[in-house]
Design a protein around this ligand. Structure first.
Ligand code: ADP
Ligand code: MG
Length: 359
């Protein structure tokens, strides 16, 4: 202000700070779905049901049969930076075994929507529900519900009109939701994951732990039948395979990749998971494509569902809260391993002829 001599810098009020932070976590309905599905899986659920309306713009509901929460836990769960998953930075440095750990998702979702969380702990007597609307946290009250948790998110971005306006068509938003739920279904074949859009079932996996049948439920029969098994592991030289103590980490790559002729144009169906976490990493993507060498038609992409397991301490997942990027200490090593694993699988089936050149 030009008329007084006071400083022109002032602290933002709490509500504004909250809403800006929330925007970092929640970009669109699919980001809400991602966070809620991750929470369900972290809660040891064996069933996760996702239902969205109008691409998630009108509502998102995620139900699980996981460990559930008590009334006191419900009240803490929706507060920013509250988590049951890590205690301090040491836990983070040692590598996290859960999908979440920032303790900000429920708070962020609650800041930009009207959200109801209903939960009953496993073996508990009573359930409770709690509503958060625009960041205002209500009191938990008793509510009848089965064991597990249901989170219902309505009126997303009702208080952030600029964000609301930026959302795309129902079909596009649903596409993002579908992609997210599919990744988590593929990552967790032992969890029965279902997705419903506007009351119609889109897919449902059986939760039997079989990756190929999970692919069948999500990508269909043609793709499932064209997939070949990838099974590859590097053991440190001199270490017995059954050694109980291994100093050097073992790197393993397993999963399914499609026949070079079972491809799609324009869109990539390359799912890579590092220590069961869905990640995007250009090193992994390129490793898969390298393995196919010249066998792919121009602009055609194969299907791949690959699980890379390595020492968690050699992976940094703390790159960005929203993006699913990772960094590897030994990127070239991981890339080489994945390429070799896929190449070996394709060679074994006679689907490629020679070793592909590596870039
Ligand atoms: P984070 O997942 O990073 O811990 P969230 O804001 O997503 O942060 O969740 C906060 C806490 O709420 C979790 O640490 C967990 O204890 C609890 N929670 C959230 N969702 C569920 C759920 N579906 N079942 C059981 N507990 C949950
Ligand atoms: Mg979470």
């Amino acid at each position: 202000n030009a008329t007084d001599d006071g400083p022109s810098i002032a602290a933002l009020d709490d509500a504004t700070v909250k809403r800006i932070a929330a925007g970092e976590v929640v970009e669109r309905p699919a980001s809400v779905v991602k966070e809620l599905v991750e929470n369900a899986i972290d809660a040891d659920a064996s069933r996760v049901s996702v239902a969205v309306d109008r691409g998630g713009k009108d509502g998102v509901r995620v139900r699980d049969d996981g460990v559930g929460m008590t009334a006191a836990e419900l009240d803490l769960a929706v507060r920013d930076h509250h988590t049951s998953k890590i205690g301090d930075i040491g836990d983070l440095e040692a590598g996290v075994g859960t999908l979440g750990f920032r303790g900000e998702a429920l708070a962020a979702i609650g800041a930009v929507s009207r959200t109801t969380v209903r939960s009953k702990p496993r073996g508990g007597e009573v359930g409770h529900e709690l509503t958060v609307a625009g960041g205002d946290i209500g009191d938990p009250s008793p509510a009848g519900c089965p064991e597990g948790t249901v989170v219902e998110v309505e009126d997303l971005f009702y208080n952030v009109p600029a964000r609301r306006k930026f959302l795309k068509t129902d079909a596009t938003e649903f596409d993002h939701v579908n992609t997210v739920v599919t990744q988590y279904a593929l990552a967790n074949p032992d969890v029965a994951v279902s997705l419903e859009h506007d009351g119609r079932e889109v897919f449902a996996t059986d939760g039997t732990g079989n990756l190929r049948s999970t692919v069948l439920s999500t990508y269909g029969r043609e793709v499932a039948e064209s997939m070949v098994d990838v099974e590859w592991r590097a053991e440190e030289a001199g270490v017995e395979a059954d050694a109980t103590e291994i100093d050097a980490p073992v790197l393993s790559v397993q999963g399914l990749v499609s026949h070079p002729e079972t491809t799609r144009a324009g869109r990539e169906y390359l799912s890579t998971f590092v220590n069961d976490r869905y990640v995007t990493a250009s090193a992994l993507r390129e490793a898969v494509l390298d393995a196919y060498g010249g066998q792919l038609a121009p602009d055609r992409y194969p299907f791949a569902v690959l699980f890379v397991e390595l020492d968690p301490a050699t992976v940094d997942v703390n790159v960005h809260p929203r993006k699913m990027e990772v960094r590897f200490d030994d990127e070239a090593g991981v890339r080489g391993a994945v390429s070799e694993a896929v190449e070996e699988a394709l060679l074994a089936e006679g689907l490629i002829r020679t070793s592909a050149p590596r870039g």
